[in-house]
Design a protein around this ligand. Sequence first.
Ligand SMILES: [Zn+2]
Length: 200
Amino acid sequence: MRHHFGRVLARKDFNAGDFTTPLDGLAGELVDLDAYRKAVNLGRKAFRGTHRDDADPVVDVWVGHVRAYADEVPDRLAGELADEANAAQAEEGSTVESVLARIDRKLEGLRSSVTRYADPPWGAGWNGYGAQLQQNNILMAWVLEDGADHCDACPSLAAGGPYEHLPTWPGYGDTPCRDKCKCKVTADQESWDAALGEAA
Ligand SMILES: [Zn+2]
């Protein structure tokens, strides 16, 4: 007698709980702490004046910020996989294999939502650089990415300033362009010259 897996499976509705165990511990692995530290240190090195602290305060801010998002990923994935499994199961002639295949495809499609927190956003390096400027009393300017399609907030950030403290950092997530922001931070020339002398 042929097995009708589809019918057997159909007795069960999947829910997010079915997927949470395999996704256990995922959140902790999503954020690459070393990569953040590297990015911040790269930004710090771009400033050749005196460094008055190490990278930790800046790394902590970014990692803490991104972990809050990463923590939500497993639950969101589990929910989406359950929905997909239910939809796959409802398909005419569905089998265990067809359900598993659709879950696999879904997981592949969700890959970017899993990996997007792994690498430090662009702004961590600018924050590393900007923190050095700040500690040396050098004002900062927000510089728009060349030729980009800007969100509503970045042009007004660029029009304001120079800033003693920037309202946010590129890619930190406070602007509508969120972590896609590729704006930059530069030193205000006048306060740079005042702090470091024109030869610096
Ligand atoms: Zn931007």
